[in-house]
Design a protein around this ligand. Structure first.
Ligand SMILES: *Cc1c(COP(=O)(O)O)cnc(C)c1O
Length: 375
């Protein structure tokens, strides 16, 4: 492939920090680099409590443990998302109730949440698809009305905002991903944000294998032991060192990604006008963080032919997601429910290459070849 779909970007500082961490003689988790990453997020976005994890998947599993999700509980999750948004709760025995997207925006439709609420609902998961905020006022109102906590799966939503408030600070709990396909990366990596202060000390315990080691480290207790359930959710200092170098270049990374996004968006205005494709919607209350750029084609056949056309020109474009209500696992365990909008995004959406080092020349080629296809 001449133009890959994604290419992990190294800012240049990663190796230096990793060497420093290694030479410092402490490379297990919760050390200096982890603290520096926590401080970065708390000071930049005002998050009250952050815990680096080895993935967003792990952070979601921590949410499930923190909310004591157990057999028979129901969790509302959008169908148009990555597996982990649902799987983390299934692991604890929850029944997943899948919510549909809007017709013109892949995000969860709040009306769907209300439709699915029952006496057994224990959590509402929302996903800011492409880093574009969900309608959080409407969602938080439902959360308050029924007293059900909201978890923001903000895996794609770093440095994005809802009415000026950073995504990740609105739910009781929020999760981020630093997987190599995201804007800020550490190979595998993630983070839990604890906004509900009543959950923060238990979050530390679950994070450190069910022990109160973090409290001891802080000097709150003089020895540590097994006090609750937990697992090993914390990343090593090697990963945190890598991540810190990325975070220090966040503004630069964001600026370039948004520039690429904007160029795609204006280049395809004509295809939108001619009715060939729909472009991403960014509502007034949301920002665009340049995480991903997609086109929505008229139908699956056109979408698939566009993927093949681009592939023949050496450009890797991909589809995204397979709507979870139609996944083999779900169909084997739960009753099938039709979710028209999510299924339509599954069929018609195509993601174009978007990464920091995508050259202007390559982006022009992608734009030209997409136009050539529709001509
Ligand atoms: C990437 C992603 C995840 C999984 O993140 P990992 O860090 O790979 O576990 C979960 N949810 C959404 C919406 C994602 O985009």
């Amino acid at each position: 492939m001449k133009i890959p779909f994604n290419k992990p970007y190294l800012t240049g500082g990663e190796m230096e920090y990793i060497l420093d961490a290694v030479r410092g003689g402490k490379i297990s988790g919760n050390g200096i680099y982890t603290e520096k990453c926590h401080d970065f997020f708390c000071s930049k976005y005002g998050f009250p409590k952050t815990l680096l994890t080895t993935s967003c998947t792990d952070a979601l599993e921590m949410c499930s443990l923190l909310l004591n999700i157990s057999h028979g509980d129901e969790v509302i999750v959008p169908a148009f998302t990555f597996v982990s948004s649902a799987n983390a709760f299934v692991l604890r025995g929850a029944n997943i109730k899948f919510a549909d997207s809007y017709p013109d925006n892949p995000n969860i439709n709040p009306a769907e949440i209300e439709r699915l609420i029952s006496d057994n609902t224990r959590a509402i998961v929302v996903v800011h698809y492409a880093g574009v905020a969900c309608d959080m006022d409407a969602i938080l109102e439902i959360s308050k009305k029924y007293n059900i906590p909201v978890i923001e799966d903000a895996a794609q939503a770093i440095n994005s905002f809802y009415k000026g408030t950073p995504l990740g600070s609105l739910g009781a709990l929020s999760t981020f991903s630093f997987h190599e396909t995201k804007n800020i990366i550490s190979g595998e990596g993630g983070m839990l944000v604890v906004n509900d202060s009543t959950l923060s000390s238990r979050a530390e315990i679950i994070w450190e294998k069910g022990t109160n080691r973090t409290a001891m480290k802080r000097g709150d207790v003089d020895k540590y032991g097994w006090v609750d359930v937990g697992s090993s959710f914390l990343p090593s200092e090697i990963i945190a060192a890598f991540l810190l170098a990325q975070l220090e270049n966040l503004e630069d990374i964001q600026a370039r990604r948004i520039e690429i996004w904007n160029q795609y968006n204006s280049a395809f205005k004509d295809l939108k006008q001619s009715g060939n494709v729909r472009l991403p919607e960014v509502p007034d209350y949301a920002t665009n963080n340049g995480h991903l750029f997609y086109l929505v084609c008229e139908n699956e056949n056109v979408r698939n032919r566009l993927i093949v056309h681009l592939k023949n020109k050496g450009i890797l474009a991909v589809f995204h997601y397979l709507s979870l209500n139609q996944s083999p696992y779900y169909l084997n365990h739960f009753e099938k429910e039709e979710l028209k909008n999510s299924e339509s995004f599954e069929r018609n959406l195509i993601r174009l290459p978007l990464f920091y080092e995508l050259s202007q020349k390559d982006q022009n080629l992608i734009i030209d070849e997409t136009h050539a296809f529709f001509d």
